[in-house]
Ligand binder design. Sequence first.
Ligand SMILES: NC(=O)c1ccc[n+]([C@@H]2O[C@H](COP(=O)([O-])OP(=O)(O)OC[C@H]3O[C@@H](n4cnc5c(N)ncnc54)[C@H](O)[C@@H]3O)[C@@H](O)[C@H]2O)c1
Length: 251
Amino acid sequence: MSEHRTAIVTGAARGIGAAVAMRLASDGLAVAVLDLDEDSCAGTADAICNAGGTSVAVGADVSDEASVAAAVERVASELGAPTVLINNAGIVRDNLLFKMSVADWDAVLSVHLRGAFLMSRAVQRHMVTAKFGRIVNLSSTAALGSRGQVNYSAAKAGMQGLTKTLAIELGKFGITVNAIAPGFIETEMTAAGAERIGVPFADFKRDAAAQIPVARTGVPDDIAHTASFFVSEGAGYVSGQVIYVAGGPID
Ligand SMILES: NC(=O)c1ccc[n+]([C@@H]2O[C@H](COP(=O)([O-])OP(=O)(O)OC[C@H]3O[C@@H](n4cnc5c(N)ncnc54)[C@H](O)[C@@H]3O)[C@@H](O)[C@H]2O)c1
């Protein structure tokens, strides 16, 4: 990084968000590790600081407007104006349509879509002032359709529309907006999915890998590497794109 940059990574207490936060820190950015509970962020934030990086742990709910506003202001005052935002926080509440509750529909749409909207809106003014910004949104291969995940699939397709529209609106301020759509990544989210259907995680991963051209399941660092590219200074002409990180082509 040629200049001091501050990033916010949402949902960074664990999984993909934690890996992205640590990678951006090793790339030279100061990183705010944001998750629902500040204490849960300590592991990631401490790992960054112990490796010589700069980080703060921030407790916030991305689906809550006041919580987002307070978090972004805290990051700006403690780490400097945030000009990199990774909208990664997410939840799943899977069910077939006829069994899906309104609460489970609303919860998933709120965290992914409303959360990305609120975070992007709160951070953009810092990016506009700096005439530089990088927003990376976590979509999913589920955006293309996923049985038992109508809420999640709709949210992840929505992330792609959000990405393209923000790329159009914010481009003239030096801000790029892109999305990463992962396939199967080994995290607590996918481990919980295996547990829900009563399959040992090792078997779940083996069966998934059998369908994946590179013959393995993904790991959080696969996504961190792609995020690092989108965030890099040299990627300023790449905007409005969705990159599938899934070990092969996606139909
Ligand atoms: N793991 C996969 O295979 C996979 C595939 C495609 C997309 N994704 C997406 O990548 C992102 C990260 O997934 P993961 O597997 O690391 O999940 P994870 O469940 O391990 O981590 C998600 C994190 O988001 C946090 N979070 C949830 N609601 C929040 C809120 N309202 N405010 C702030 N933080 C909140 C959780 O506390 C958790 O730490 C998600 O958006 C997910 O949908 C994951």
